[in-house]
Write a protein that binds this ligand. Sequence first.
Ligand code: 5GP
Length: 184
Amino acid sequence: MGKGTLVAMLRERLDCLGLTVSATTREPRPGEVEGTSYYFMDDDEFDRLVEGGEFLEWAWVHGHRYGTLRREVERVTGRGLSVILEIDVQGGLNVRRADPEAVLVFIEPPSAEELERRLRGRGTEDEASIERRLSGAREEMGKASLYDVRIVNDDLERACAELQDVIRTYETNGGPTEDVCDQA
Ligand code: 5GP
């Protein structure tokens, strides 16, 4: 199971975390819902948001653009929650530039073979997209050392426990929602 599953599991356990909905120019997959999975948009609309300074960060990922809207972060923090962003490495590094206190956690697949198996098993990508995603993942692995923490996602339960520890440490060091997280 990949990053998405890990983050979903974490959110079930910690109700101090809020997830933002990203904007993207990629096409929706079957079953994806506008405003819940992503804000799906064309290039012109994405350009307008970029020009309007509406993104905390955005990046090209696997041939499409993805970005975190400032107003999404404000929506989550406005509810007293900590924000968890499930984004690519360039985006993560841009968030750190915008907020040096951000904690960057690199979620590593157990191996390139396992990542390929997961991507194929999901059945949502065509061959070109799978190849693009695998080469993107190899590139991202080269930047893992720039992150604060690395967690290998080989065992979902263990990876989730490690991620919970990282968040607990962050909250203890003055994260915005210490009390809420402690109760969870
Ligand atoms: P997918 O197309 O599978 O939904 O997402 C592909 C990748 O895009 C994700 O693994 C994630 O790393 C990245 N991504 C999703 N949302 C954002 C975002 O808002 N900003 C950035 N920089 N990357 C994102």
